[in-house]
Structure formats: C-alpha cells, structure tokens
Ligand binder design. Structure first.
Ligand code: NAP
Length: 256
C-alpha cells in the first residue's frame, strides 16, 4: 500500500524540474498524496503548471508570494474549499539579494537582512499558522535548510543567518503545534545544483568540496531528498518533530 495514501498536501517552492520541492513532491505524489502547488509571479506559472499537470489536469496551482499575507490567506482558503483538510506542507523557499551572497557578511545591508529573513524564515511561521487549522487529523510540515545555519560557509552569508532562524522557528513551531499532532521538521540538504544554488558565489566549488570531504565521497541526489521528505511525511516519522535531518552524505559530522 502507498505510504501516504489519501493524504493531502501543499508544496511551496517548485520553480522548475531541478527544484528540491519537485523531487519531494514527486515522492509524495507517487506514494498516494494529492497535492496543490504554488508559484511566485506569472513568470513561473507555466513551469509549475506543466510539472504539476503530470499529476492530472485538475491539480490545484495557486499564486503565492510568501511575503504577502493576503496571498497566503487566499491560498489556504482555496485549499480548504478544494481539499477540506490538509496533512502535509512543504516549505522549500529561500531568497536573498544577490549582492548579499558574495563578498563579506559584515557588509549585509539592513534591507538585504530583512528580505532574506522575511522570505526564507518568517514565511514558515506564516504558512504554519495558516495551515494548522486545516490539519485537523494532525500533519507534517517540512522545511529545507542548509549547514550554513550552524557553521560559516563562505559566501552563504545572510542566508546562513536566515537558515538559523528557520531551524529555530521549526523548534518553536514544533512545540506550539505538537498538541495538535502537527510535526515540524527541517531537512538540511547538501548542495544540489538548482536555480537558487547557482545564485551563491562559488557554488561549483562547494560541490567539489563535498565530494572530496563528505564521508560518502559524493554529492547527494534530489531523489534522496524526495525519500527523506516522504519519510518525514509518513507514519514512520510519527514521533519525530522539531528536528533537523541531515541529507548531506555525512558532511555535517566532520570536524576537519
Ligand atoms: P529553487 O528551485 O530556486 O527553489 C527556490 C524557490 O523559492 C523558488 O520556487 C522561488 O521562486 C521560491 N521563492 C523565492 N522567493 C519567494 C517568495 N517571495 N514567495 C514564494 N516563493 C519564493 O532552489 P532550491 O535549491 O530547490 O531551493 C529550495 C530550498 O532548498 C530553499 O529553502 C533552499 O535554501 C534550500 N536548500 C537548497 C540547497 C541547494 O544546494 N540547492 C541546499 C540546502 C537547502 P522564484 O524562482 O520565483 O524566486
């Protein structure tokens, strides 16, 4: 029997077929979940519609810029009308102005700091708050993080600080929503060649570094993120909440 048969979910952060969100969405759909997708701005609508359309022409696709409260409210209103209840939510969204992802962190502007935290961390709080009333049978919320949250990764800069806020938010949300049987976890992924990743100066070097230094001596595959996303969505993870799960070929355990 499929692992998450009959569950409903919403996926934030598919930009194209390389997106981590797409890898997790495919795993969720394959194991029986009915999914809705969001896109930011008309620019990406066609991409998302084409990908999501592979799950059926009636797949729900909605606009959502996560910095806009009215768009978040509209998304969850439509999801409630269409699905009734919600079991799964994937937060796979991050953004920082490009000039903040090169050079020195000390030069991060107030505005770049604000935008990075609004889009990449606060959005999880806003989405969890809107989703919780629909998760009447409990639920699983999964967000994507990176090791730059806890150690200095050159060029990752303000995004590392925003990921630290995301991971801390995960723990506080897990505490608040636990009594409603809603679990909130992060997957901390090793580098994957996506649109967002290519915005980080020196990203190709990062891939080489992981291959050389991670215990498994290789980079991760998107489908491995799909498998972990599926695990966190399933009853196999029923007692796991507030955690950061590393899918990074073991890189995080290394001291040198
Ligand atoms: P991606 O395909 O570019 O996905 C990033 C998504 O965030 C895009 O769909 C993007 O839409 C969306 N987004 C940005 N600002 C938004 C806003 N204001 N409202 C709504 N959506 C917005 O890149 P990805 O690598 O899969 O990133 C997904 C997540 O994984 C991110 O949280 C990232 O930090 C995390 N992660 C990535 C890696 C990696 O190496 N790739 C490693 C660890 C963690 P637009 O394209 O329209 O901006």
């Amino acid at each position: 029997m499929p692992l998450i048969d009959g569950k409903t979910g919403i996926v934030f952060g598919v930009a194209n077929k390389r997106s981590i969100a797409w890898a997790i969405a495919q795993a969720w759909a394959r194991e029986g979940a009915k999914l809705a997708f969001t896109y930011q701005g008309e620019r990406l609508k066609e991409n998302v519609a084409e990908l999501a359309g592979t799950f059926g022409t009636d797949t729900l696709i909605l606009p959502c810029d996560v910095t806009r409260d009215e768009e978040i409210a509209a998304v969850f209103k439509t999801v409630e009308e269409r699905f009734g209840k919600l079991n799964l939510l994937l937060h796979s969204i991050a953004f920082a102005p490009k000039d903040a992802l090169e050079g020195e962190f000390v030069n991060t502007s107030r505005e770049a700091f604000r935008v990075a935290h609004d889009v990449s961390a606060y959005s999880l709080v806003a989405l969890a708050r809107a989703a919780a009333p629909l998760m009447t049978d409990g639920g699983s919320i999964v967000a994507m993080s990176y090791y730059g949250a806890e150690k200095v990764v050159p060029h990752y800069n303000v995004m590392g600080v925003a990921k630290a806020a995301l991971e801390a938010s995960t723990r506080y949300l897990a505490y608040d929503l636990g009594p409603k049987k809603i679990r909130v976890n992060c997957i901390s992924a090793g580098p994957v060649n996506t649109l967002a990743a290519r915005g980080i100066a020196g990203f190709t070097e990062m891939l080489k570094h992981y291959e050389a230094h991670a215990p498994l001596k290789r980079n991760i595959l998107p489908e491995e993120l799909g498998a972990t996303g599926l695990f966190l969505a399933s009853d196999g993870a029923a007692a796991i909440t507030g955690q950061v799960v590393y899918v990074d070929s073991g890189y995080q355990i290394m001291g040198m």
